[in-house]
Design a protein around this ligand. Structure first.
Ligand SMILES: O=C(O)CCC(=O)C(=O)O
Ligand SMILES: [Fe+2]
Length: 193
């Protein structure tokens, strides 16, 4: 496993430090943790059905229909703070974001397994913007062919832009980190076709 230079991420991954200030990012964490309606749906992987090891909320336009690993996500309407953020990001990235998957990792025991965001509804080369709030967690990126793994710590307020072949050529994951006791919320803005 190699340590990652943030200036030298694989093609299609761009790290954006301090998209939100430390104070604003933690205030948004607290606001979302207490106001969103959180769900813990079951997923089916390799024939085994278990609840996801984190909480989740899928914010999306009414017309959007999206799911993964055997679950259909239930749409929540855009709360004002996230709607305003989406408008800013759409201008910044020239992207018609119509959905936002929010994941709450309550502590280091919560996680997300290896995957690519390569569902057909996202298109061949999706643009996904990810914003991290709360505890710093290690985001892992693994090349599908070489299996080389890079580790990118994502502190509160930091952004990660995934474009191009990032989903075709790589998987990513957020492994458990036993020593992390604080929570983290991650927002991924997406365009579902
Ligand atoms: O929590 C993260 O940083 C990753 C989230 C993710 O990969 C996803 O929502 O598809
Ligand atoms: Fe993902």
């Amino acid at each position: 496993m190699s340590r990652l230079n943030k200036e030298c991420l694989p093609p299609g991954f761009e790290y954006l430090p301090a998209c939100l200030s430390f104070e604003k990012s933690l205030a948004l964490y607290a606001h979302l943790a207490s106001t969103l309606v959180w769900q813990q749906p079951d997923i089916t992987l390799f024939g085994r059905t278990t609840p996801i090891p984190r909480l989740q909320c899928f914010v999306a336009d009414k017309s959007v229909s999206y799911g993964y690993s055997g679950t259909q996500l239930e749409n929540t309407p855009w709360p004002p703070v996230l709607s305003a953020m989406r408008t800013r990001l759409m201008r910044q990235f020239g992207q018609d974001f119509n959905a936002l998957l929010v994941n709450w990792y309550r502590d280091g025991q919560d996680s997300m397994g290896w995957h690519s965001d390569d569902e057909a509804e996202l298109g061949a080369c999706p643009t996904i913007f990810s914003l991290s709030l709360g505890a710093t967690r290690h985001f892992k990126i693994r090349h599908k062919q070489s299996q080389e793994i890079l580790t990118l710590p994502l502190p509160t307020g930091s952004g990660l832009l995934m474009t191009g072949r990032s989903q075709q050529d790589y998987q990513h994951a957020l492994p458990k980190q036993a020593r992390v006791t604080q929570g983290r919320i991650n927002l991924t803005f997406r365009t579902v076709g």
